[in-house]
Design a protein around this ligand. Structure first.
Ligand SMILES: [Zn+2]
Ligand SMILES: [Zn+2]
Length: 308
């Protein structure tokens, strides 16, 4: 195992770069009078959530790492670490990220953790720092176990995961409109990820990619940004709070309220935890599928378009 992968936390190393780029974006928006907006309370909450997330990951990372090490010990063949295995690992980590991210959006248990990242009504570089505090609870790290069983060293998996997160920083911006066509075709970009953060019906549950947008194109979840339907950022029902503790816990509190209601069957209680966000037993809330169906019923001329 190359020494440089030991004791290296790439996202922490990149923190100064994040700060410089955020300051540059603030200055650009101020002087160019375009490219989005910053709201100080919102940006401060994002930075605080990013700090909290790295501290919790630093304290509890040994649990997921330990499980990946156990799987790696079981691997019949241990792959060497070189440029080729590193590149293959990077691509496979990105595929695992796509699956994990899709689970975060399609199961309320994953959503309860990931909702933090979508809780800002702004879209700028500081939004990228809004990371979950409860990622471990989702169990999504288990999606990386197959890579360890294939013989990729967990330190290499962790390194690729860190690079993946760093890549995802720069495209949280409205300063860049579209990149060159070939780049938009293969890579995740500001335009593709603006769609992911939007609550317009056609954009819900689209563009889960981390680095390569090809996964969304392959698995049918890609929706292109349209100039006639500009993204509205935030949640379907926004929280109306900048309090990081409330942002980090509100969906868990909602789950607790729902599963302790009287008169529900065990199956209904389980569905309140694991079914898609917005699922309910009495028709009082809407899932993204119902929101899309309602939109198409009101605007039949858009039926059949991507995302609807
Ligand atoms: Zn997301
Ligand atoms: Zn994002």
């Amino acid at each position: 195992m190359p020494e440089f992968l030991r004791d290296i936390n790439v996202t922490t190393l990149a923190a100064p770069l994040f700060i410089v780029l955020i300051l540059a974006e603030i200055l650009y928006i101020r002087f160019a009078r375009r490219g989005g907006a910053y709201e100080s309370r919102d940006a401060a909450a994002s930075v605080f959530m990013g700090l909290g997330s790295s501290i919790i990951d630093g304290l509890l990372g040994f649990i997921s790492f330990g499980i990946l090490m156990l799987a790696y010990r079981l691997a019949p063949y241990k792959l060497p670490v070189n440029w080729v295995t590193g590149a293959v690992c990077f691509v496979l980590v990105d595929l695992s990220y796509y699956v994990a991210h899709r689970y975060y959006h399609r199961s309320r248990w994953g959503w309860a953790a990931h909702v933090i990242h979508h809780s800002s009504q702004h879209y700028n570089l500081s939004t990228a720092l809004r990371q979950t505090w409860t990622g471990l609870l989702t169990g999504a790290f288990l999606l990386y176990v197959p890579l360890a069983l294939m013989g990729f060293h967990p330190l290499l998996i962790g390194f690729c995961f860190g690079l993946n997160l760093i890549y995802q920083f720069w495209f949280h911006t409205e300063v860049i409109d579209k990149c060159p066509r070939w780049f938009e075709a293969v890579m995740n970009t500001p335009s593709h990820h603006r769609v992911h953060h939007a609550s317009n019906p056609r954009y819900l549950d689209a563009n889960y990619a981390g680095v390569f947008i090809i996964w969304d194109r392959l698995f049918g979840t890609f929706v292109a940004e349209r100039s006639d339907d500009p993204p509205r950022y935030g949640l379907v029902s926004n929280l109306g709070t900048f309090n990081p503790l409330r942002v980090a816990t509100h969906e868990y509190a909602g789950i607790l309220r729902d599963i302790t209601r009287p008169g529900l069957s065990l199956k209904q209680r389980l569905l309140y935890i694991f079914a898609e966000p917005g699922w309910c037993h009495d028709g009082s809330r809407k899932s993204s599928r119902q929101i899309k169906a309602d939109y198409v019923a009101r605007h039949p001329e858009h039926a059949g378009e991507p995302g609807l």
